[in-house]
Design a protein around this ligand. Sequence first.
Ligand SMILES: [Zn+2]
Length: 258
Amino acid sequence: MSELSLAYIFHQQQLLVDHNFQLPRVEKLASDLSFHSDDQVIARDLLDNEPIPEGLELIPIRQLLPLWSTKQFEQASRAIQLLEWRRNHKFCSHCGHATEAHASEYAMICPACGYHQYPRVQPCVITVITRGEDEILLAKNARNTRSNMYGLIAGFVEVGETLEEAVRRETLEEVGIRVKNVQYLASQPWPFPSNLMIAFKAEYASGELCLQEEEISDAQFFKFDQLPEIPFKGSIAHAMIMHATEGTTVADDTREWL
Ligand SMILES: [Zn+2]
């Protein structure tokens, strides 16, 4: 008789939880993804026609973030990313044969040609930019039409680029200004879908604000004491904005900072 496992059961970007937003415990199946660090935690996808067990409901993951501890969020984040990776690597990208999960590593292996596919992380830079002693640049994402939230400049690192070059390029592309004194702050794994957010601070150097309209619908330098709506606590953007405007210190461990 096996013990029940704590289960992350996903359906699209939603997770099964009970009415107290806690995870269910279930019998482990051979096809479940187990966490190598802890066999009593599993992850799987809810099948399309599978009924939702009584007492449980599907909740969008983003709604759960503010309710969970950083540790819970990180485990959920790992579960989402590993499941998505497994779903997207059912076949060998080299020869097209069906793959098999490695017994002890996070790897999908091709039995025909031996090719190993590992989970990939996408590095993404995010930058808090200040001007003078009391102004911060905040930008509104053009795709966000539902709220009036202002966030930070962010974008993916391109092949062959350093992180600092990515910071300077993204800032110039999105808002038309040049920055100086680019400095690393912290990092946070972010599972939408499989990013590693790498946080920097920088200072305004030159140029007038000129927006890339497909990406940014508005950007302004705001006085520290007159901020608009900003990202929720628990996100790295929130911690970065607090660091810039209120001088909260950056912890050695990002987990303690958020
Ligand atoms: Zn192959």
